[in-house]
Design a protein around this ligand. Sequence first.
Ligand code: EPZ
Length: 418
Amino acid sequence: MEKLIIKGGQPLHGEVCISGAKNAVVAILCAVLLVDGEVTIENIPDISDVRVLIDMIETLGAKVTRLDISTYKIDCSNLSTYVADVEKSKKMRASYYLIGALLGRMGRAHVPPPGGCNFGTRPIDQHIKGFESLGCKVDIRNGIIEADGAELRGGQVYLDVVSVGATINIMLAAALAPGNTVMENAAKEPHVVDVANFLNSMGANIRGAGTDVIKIKGVEKLHGGTYAVIPDQIEAGTYMFATAATRGDVLIKNVIPKHMEAVSAKFVEMGIEVWEGDDEIRVVANKPLNKVNVKTLPYPGFPTDLQPPMVALLATVDGTSIVTEGVWDNRYQYTAELDKMGCRITVDGRVAVIEGGRQLQGAQVKATDLRAGACMVIAALAATGVTEITELRHIDRGYERIVEKLSALGADIKRIDE
Ligand code: EPZ
């Protein structure tokens, strides 16, 4: 069994460079299926979700060549099937993007319901509603989502909830659909904009990404080209929280400071210094910190994916802080693991009350999902004594070279295989 062993108590110091955005790249690796030509994608993080997705698009007929650690050439001129692999699809949430991409390119898609982190129910009704608005028929037979896009064309879509996945999936299905699509109440996350920018740089006609109305004029064909993925907003945030929780001083490089505004504003409220450069942020936490209340919301609100790291930080701050989860029904399962480290957290539905300021103690804990894993790492870095973290497959899905990056910041962290 693999474990992270972390001896806490060292303030983090130095510089860390952020990798390409997982949640953009998992969509772009599906969007390449729409391109009848050769695409080169740069700044792809070396994480397990990327490996699974590359394997999946290869089974659909994509020819993938790795040019260097973070650059891939992908040729989707000759796709061979619209049927996605069942076992691989279940490993990750983003496999749902294969539906939109295959519909757009092949006119049909057979894709199993997605897997991914467990935060209670994770419906995809808005994706399906969007495909139907574009003229598709969608059925679920024998546990497989079967989408028939023989009559795919532009249409009007109003999303009942702000959904990142539905916004991107509908964009993928509409990029090559004849006519105009208008999507209202769209998600505005940086990765939504990045996918639109990728598609536009390959010849699509998508306007309004980053606002709540996206307009897509279907084009006949997408051509090849080169594209670099944006830096990972959530990985950057994770290092900001690790710095603050250890009362450190770290320069976080290769970030888009605008994407971090909700976090930076909360940090300032807490008494943490945040210095913004063009593509870097320095976080300095050398004074006693203030408790705060936080509610997660769709972008530009405070990101739900940084809610677990925020809870770990607040556990180190004197006083009672309240965190409200505004996106997912059940995203506090990890707090039982934090309790093992001496945290005092009471959860009632979407609200967590954190009685902070107790010294965290090393313990044996597990990563219950991807960002919960990041939360455990942050808590371990701030704790006295040694913490052992298991279930590392969750962390591996989204954090590139986390041991190396934290070690370079002075953390006492190692990965062992027992
Ligand atoms: C994306 O998930 C991210 N995943 C998640 O990050 C992130 O937590 C989430 O967006 C919110 O920011 C990827 O990008 C691969 P949603 P997604 O559709 O698209 C409800 C991480 O840690 N909803 O925006 O699946 C849903 O239940 C992962 O990197 C419907 O009701 O999330 C939720 O309450 C975890 N019907 C809300 O909308 C639908 O059809 C937002 O979900 C779709 C969603």
